[in-house]
Design a protein around this ligand. Structure first.
Ligand SMILES: Cc1cc2nc3c(=O)[nH]c(=O)nc-3n(C[C@H](O)[C@H](O)[C@H](O)COP(=O)(O)OP(=O)(O)OC[C@H]3O[C@@H](n4cnc5c(N)ncnc54)[C@H](O)[C@@H]3O)c2cc1C
Length: 522
């Protein structure tokens, strides 16, 4: 049997595996992606991408490219269903949540192109049949087009979706529940003969007025109608059902019409079908994201029982993981660095589970108490503060990672804001500095002491001096995943700032070039 080697084996070329491949290449590692499907997928799953991953793509200089591939509005009206309650972010001048209309096949094509441009080896038609590991390596048994072979690597990441074989091989439990409900979604045009009111409500034959942007609840389920564009309607049903569907088995129009007929008692008038999809909901999270040399990311690590958040969570997992894996492969990772992947992203996944589970309670309750709860949420979301908080929660932007050696600065552990920066070379921004995914020390005050401290990490950390309006800190140490590892408070004395910076640099970026200092443990 042939045996080949790689730095990191990635199992699965869905959005998670492809994003990870690109990020690993940026960090200087050589990933091998093994995908069992023969080519790029055309299955209709997500219709768009939203949340903090869009900011991250902007920080990588990729957002324009993703926007150019959109099939609909680039920043659709920030109105979305939150557990049976329509939430409207449009009153906010700078909504914390926005999205791209980017169907998943297009997203996967873009991520595939990007990973290949950066030099990733992506093999399609190669199924991973089993995974084993010892202290030094991990081995995948692969069934390829030319027969079976074996690949060994230092690490393997299971990006192989909800039924992850990698997760099972590693013996990692996938705790949680399956909700007994099936959701069906159709994007259609409606025959001109069907009367339409100014606000988008429809006069459906045999039923009467069906309200747009509201959920109609019947004894058999929930029906929703909304307008994606003035011509294209989004029609939606939810029914209690325990059937296990395969996400890769497309839904047909008769299946959808049968569902509408069960819920509403009539069929829905359709002129043209643009897209049909069906999804079920599970609330599950892998107990551990790492078992030795095997790691999990994306749907293999978590499943959320509400829509619109899974891609964001999975792709952000990979941004957190890639530079840590590369640091380990390059031999400079401080002790414990790779374990922070579980600590940080498991926490982020749990937070996403929190609000998606809450949405299930809001969505599925059928009694007057549940109606009252929904009404109360509508009232709360009329106010700016709860609306902002909810938007940030859904975007995954309210996470503060539990960093070691926490200092008092409120920015540590949070996503670095995109400050506009004035430097001797001209104007730039935090986003531009992170295009290359290298760590950055951004000195914003007149702090020669901090420059001096960072000098011995210059081979690993880019140091920039700049001024900015409303300086939030004297200096920010920013990790490749755009999170702030450390910050100096304004005018912080050298005797606290310099040792704290040295400690943070050692904790995240290893030993310095010259001096020997105690290495912090993440
Ligand atoms: C109808 C529908 C609508 C959705 N809408 C949204 C939405 O609006 N927003 C959102 O964020 N998310 C949405 N999702 C969820 C989103 O599609 C998933 O979260 C996303 O596909 C997960 O990506 P992944 O790469 O982690 O896993 P997957 O997309 O499942 O990819 C896993 C890959 O691994 C491969 N693989 C599996 N086993 C092996 C093996 N043994 N060897 C080699 N390869 C293997 C598979 O072939 C597959 O290509 C939707 C899902 C569905 C079904």
């Amino acid at each position: 049997m042939r045996v080949t080697n790689a730095d990191v084996i990635i199992v699965g070329a869905g959005p998670t595996g492809l994003m990870l491949a690109g990020e690993l290449r940026l960090a200087g590692a050589a990933p091998l992606v093994l995908e069992r499907g023969p080519g790029l997928r055309e299955t209709q799953k997500a219709n768009g991408l939203g949340g903090q991953i869009l900011e991250l793509l902007r920080y990588r200089g990729l957002l324009d490219r993703f926007e150019a591939a959109c099939t609909g509005p680039v920043h659709p009206a920030p109105r979305f269903p939150f557990g049976g309650v329509h939430v409207d972010l449009s009153p906010l001048a700078d909504p914390p949540l926005w999205g791209l209309t980017l169907p998943q096949p297009r997203l996967e094509r873009l991520l595939d192109e990007r990973a290949r441009e950066l030099g990733a080896d992506i093999r399609r038609g190669h199924e991973v049949a089993g995974v084993t590991q010892d202290d030094d390596t991990v081995t995948a048994d692969v069934r390829g087009p030319d027969g079976p072979y074996r690949v060994t690597a230092r690490y393997l990441v299971g990006c192989d979706g909800p039924r992850s074989r990698v997760r099972d091989s590693a013996g990692i439990p996938f705790s949680g529940i399956t909700h007994p409900e099936v959701n069906r979604l159709a994007q259609v045009t409606v025959p001109e003969s069907v009367p339409r009111f100014d606000n988008g409500d429809l006069d459906v034959p045999g039923l009467g007025r069906v309200r747009a942007a509201e959920f109609t609840r019947t004894d058999r389920g929930v029906f929703g109608l909304g307008w994606l564009t003035p011509e294209v309607a989004m029609v939606y049903t939810t029914e209690d059902e325990t059937t296990e569907y395969d996400d890769d088995m497309p839904m047909t129009l008769p299946e959808f019409q049968d569902s509408v007929a069960r819920v509403l008692g009539v069929s829905f008038p359709v002129a043209e079908v643009l897209r049909l999809s069906r999804f079920t909901f599970q609330a599950r999270q892998a107990d551990r994201y790492r078992e030795g040399r095997i790691l999990l990311a994306g749907d293999a690590a978590h499943l959320f029982p509400s829509t619109g958040v899974a891609l964001n969570a999975g792709m952000l997992d990979t941004v957190n993981l890639a530079w840590k894996l590369a640091a380990d492969l390059h031999g400079w990772a401080p002790t414990g660095l790779l374990d922070t992947y579980h600590d940080e992203r498991h926490r982020a996944g749990a937070r996403t589970l929190l609000h998606t589970q809450a949405q299930v309670a809001l969505r599925r309750g059928q009694d007057p108490a549940a109606d009252a709860l929904r009404e109360l949420f509508v009232e709360l979301f009329a106010d700016e503060q709860p609306l902002r908080r909810l938007g940030a929660l859904i975007a995954g932007a309210d996470i503060r990672y539990p960093l070691p050696n926490p200092n008092q600065h409120a920015m540590t552990g949070t996503f670095a804001p995109d400050l506009t920066l004035r430097t001797d070379q001209g104007t730039t921004s935090v986003a531009e500095l992170l295009h290359t995914a290298r760590p950055v020390l951004l000195v914003l005050g007149d702090r020669q002491d901090l420059h001096e401290t960072a000098r011995d990490w210059r081979h690993r950390v880019d140091v920039h001096t700049a001024t900015t309006d409303h300086r939030p800190a004297d200096a920010l140490l920013i990790r490749p995943d755009a999170h702030v590892a450390w910050a100096a408070t304004t005018d912080e004395p050298t005797d606290t700032a310099a040792p704290a910076l040295r400690d943070a640099l050692s904790t995240w970026f290893g030993t310095p070039l010259r001096t020997t200092v105690p290495t912090g443990r993440p």
